[in-house]
Design a protein around this ligand. Structure first.
Ligand SMILES: Cc1ncc(C[n+]2csc(CCOP(=O)(O)OP(=O)(O)O)c2C)c(N)n1
Length: 324
């Protein structure tokens, strides 16, 4: 039984969920400014992906980015401090929720412009091909982004140049308040791969081990020179689009039904128990995570705010060099 493999993945999903629940609380307390888009319900995708890739691979995503920062290796402290706009955050408190960035861990954001970063993802993959390195780039976006120009521009060049990339659409059914059926004719988004001569795959993203296996296949294809893949992962977000979403476009019965059937944490937890792990062992692990989360909140609270100085220093690359 795969409990040895599943337990650390459950821990990671639990960490993301608890960090986000605490950030929602901090948001209503006025400690976090701007927007806050939560990943709750979709955690198996970021965690399953990290289990399938190597540290030297690259990840880029949208504004729904806290989970990916954590899976890539940014500390809970640096994530929470970034949310609080503090100098100790992973983007020196200047990026906030939507613009987490951690180049050392090969996490290239955190992007607010829907679909725009898909072309950037293709560019990161092009770097690997150009330098003949064997890292793979994983580029995540929502289904709404597949209507956007940047998506098609990135996909087109990736297909043409057979770039070592995996393009992953996290289809959570709604683009803000617009359901998929009202914004595009395609039912199966991987039909779009055909226009770019790309491999494709489509599956449900509630089981973290399934995500790991299926992402792993596409990564292997990309790493071995087989070119890019477009993947559609069917998922669901349990919270609003952002904290300011009144949620009028779906019923609470629908949300409750999705939680009952598809909560990736519940699915993993039940499997751990079925696999022979006892409740006390899981509770112990959850208590450790809780400590890490509370420590991150304390750290963020006590850290100094972002400075004007770092805004001058870190927003643009210095002349003639980089910060890397
Ligand atoms: C180019 C652009 N247009 C509009 C917006 C406003 N906006 C922010 S998120 C969003 C919905 C995107 O939905 P989807 O791509 O499905 O991702 P999800 O939020 O569901 O993860 C929109 C329209 C934006 N940020 N950028």
């Amino acid at each position: 039984m795969a409990t040895d493999e599943l337990l650390p993945l459950y821990r990671q999903m639990f960490l993301i969920r608890r960090i986000e629940e605490e950030s929602a609380r901090a948001y209503v307390q006025g400690k976090i400014g701007g927007f806050l888009h939560l990943y709750i319900g979709q955690e198996a995708i970021a965690v399953g992906t990290e289990a399938a890739i190597m540290k030297r691979d690259n990840v880029i995503t949208t504004y729904r980015d806290h989970g990916f920062a954590l899976t890539r290796g940014t500390s809970a402290r640096a994530v929470m401090a970034e949310l609080f706009g503090k100098d100790t955050g992973c983007s020196r408190g200047l990026g906030g929720s939507m613009h987490m960035f951690d180049a050392e861990n090969r996490f290239y954001g955190g992007h607010g412009i829907v679909g725009g970063h898909v072309a950037v993802g293709a560019g990161i993959a092009f770097r690997a091909k150009y330098l003949k390195s064997d890292d793979v780039t994983l580029c995540f976006f929502g289904e709404g982004a597949t209507n956007i120009g940047g998506f098609h521009e990135g996909m087109s060049l990736a297909g043409l140049w057979k770039l070592p990339a995996v393009f992953i659409c996290e289809n959570n059914l709604y683009s803000m308040g617009t359901p998929l059926v009202r914004s595009m004719p395609a039912k199966d988004l991987t039909d779009k791969a055909a226009g770019y001569s790309m491999a494709r795959d489509r599956f449900e993203g509630h089981d973290v081990l399934e995500v790991k296996a299926r992402i792993g296949e596409a990564v292997e294809r990309a790493r071995s020179g087989g070119g890019p893949t477009l993947i559609e992962i069917l998922t669901y977000r349990f919270r609003g689009h952002s904290m300011s979403d009144p949620g009028k476009y779906r019923t609470s019965a629908e949300v409750e039904e999705q939680k009952r059937l598809h909560d990736p944490l519940r699915i993993a937890r039940e499997r751990l128990l079925e696999g022979g792990l006892d409740e006390a062992a899981i509770a112990q692990l959850e208590a450790e995570v809780e400590e890490e989360v509370q420590d991150a909140v304390r750290f963020a609270d006590e850290s100094p705010p972002a400075t004007e100085q770092s805004m001058h220093e870190f927003v643009l690359a210095p002349e003639g060099g980089s910060h890397a």
